[in-house]
Design a protein around this ligand. Sequence first.
Ligand SMILES: C[S@@+](CC[C@H](N)C(=O)[O-])C[C@H]1O[C@@H](n2cnc3c(N)ncnc32)[C@H](O)[C@@H]1O
Length: 262
Amino acid sequence: MSEMDNSVRRGDNVLLYLTRKKKWLVRADADKRVHTHLGYVDLSSIIGKEYGSSIMTSVGERLWILKPTIVDLILKAERRTQIVYPKDLGMIVSMTGISSGSIVVEAGTGSGALTTFLANLVKPDGHVFSYEIRPEFIEIAKRNIERAGLRDYVTIKQADAKKGFDEKNVDVVIIDVGDPWTLVGVAWEALKGGGMIAGISPTMNQVEKLVVELRNTGFVWIESLELLLRGLEARPNMTRPSMGMIGHTAYLTFARKVLKDR
Ligand SMILES: C[S@@+](CC[C@H](N)C(=O)[O-])C[C@H]1O[C@@H](n2cnc3c(N)ncnc32)[C@H](O)[C@@H]1O
């Protein structure tokens, strides 16, 4: 099969799309059947079909065969913790400059949503080292990362990040724990000079404590922000903002490590 081939291969993650709210993430296994409230689809019948084409369910409903993005995979993944949402994922990457080849340290892994997103960016030469204290979350995160096909780019360590990171000279440290200020010192130790730290905090008191600690530890260019995202209901002559809006996800804080005078 050529690199340019755009057809579903056995084992692919595939999105069967009816509407924005009704879509099914399936794996194209030959012997499986997916049941929906609109009939079933034998997954053997999607193997070999071109992405962008469609398939009929057993009751004649048309489902579009789409290739899931990394965010589709994350939003459909198993989760037992709060996760980082797409609007914040995008900003974290723009502010930190994470790209292919980056070495990133993360605390904590949680359900592995951010880990999955980062691994997809740093591959094939970069790596994400992720610290998580609770083994039950590590199991979930590993399953999610494996499902996204990104296992080779992630190392999860079961440890209290407060005890320090094994990695040194890393490009970026990302902190998504309830007491981020307690990890600023170990993040400074792990980062290379000029390296970026990013903190993800649901509440303002966390942000305040974090920025005080950043200032005291040897970070500059400290910036905190919140992103508000509003969808549009776009249709001819009637376009208006959506009535519903996600009120709050997290505050993001960014800073750069500077070297102390010797
Ligand atoms: C909000 S969740 C992270 C969610 C993750 N960013 C995602 O997108 O799926 C916070 C996680 O940090 C872990 N955690 C809290 N303190 C920690 C520490 N000191 N060291 C390692 N992990 C810690 C918690 O067990 C929890 O799983």
